[in-house]
Design a protein around this ligand. Sequence first.
Ligand code: PLP
Length: 240
Amino acid sequence: MKILKKKASDPKTTLFIFCNPHNPTGRVWKEEELDKLSEIIEKHKLWVISDEIHCDLIRAGQKHIPLGKTMPEYKKLITCMAPSKTFNLAGLMISNIIIHDEKLKDIWLNRHYNFDNPLSIAAAQAAYEKGGEWLEELQIYLDENFRFTEEYFAANLPKARFRISEATYLAWVDLSAYFDKSEDLPLFFAYNAGVLLEGGNMFVQNSDSFIRLNLACPKATLAEGLKRINKAIGQQNNVL
Ligand SMILES: Cc1ncc(COP(=O)(O)O)c(C=O)c1O
């Protein structure tokens, strides 16, 4: 919060982009944190884009609180949500952009690509109206994939630092105990394990030895992927 306060007070700062829940760490921001954040935003009158696209995909027992709930009267807030991740509808290119400021809303409506595909609207509507039960089942399946991944790392790669994320379908894993910072992990796993994954430094600073795994897949695929990752790390560390 100290760094954030300092950056927010810089007159050059006019916009704050927030990710809630956070990708790639999967952090679900808590009420006290959102309250503190709102205070800073309001004090410095910042524009805010709150990207809440992962809000439906949270672990059992977690609760998503939209930033807008902690600052309902604030006009400079734009909240972005979408059915694309939750219901795997990315190809239909439809999202929900919630704009409080009337002037900005007009600008948005005038300038953005002004055609809504009727198929996308029908799909989004069907997903939100009828997809509740499916989503509940998906959450249970994802929770199990996370539990399985945690157990697998603990048993086979105990030096991997991994905590079940509070949201998203993404596992954020620190492999610094097994690799030098300079190793290109996506290339390493593509060539040595036949597994395509993303390297941490694609997303945030100081995360060269992190990988991001997509757990939104059948458990058998996940098990095979983890087995290959484990084997490739084993071979690499035997060589070292
Ligand atoms: C936090 C976040 N925002 C936005 C997007 C983009 O979503 P879409 O595929 O609906 O454009 C992603 C997808 O990777 C994401 O993780």
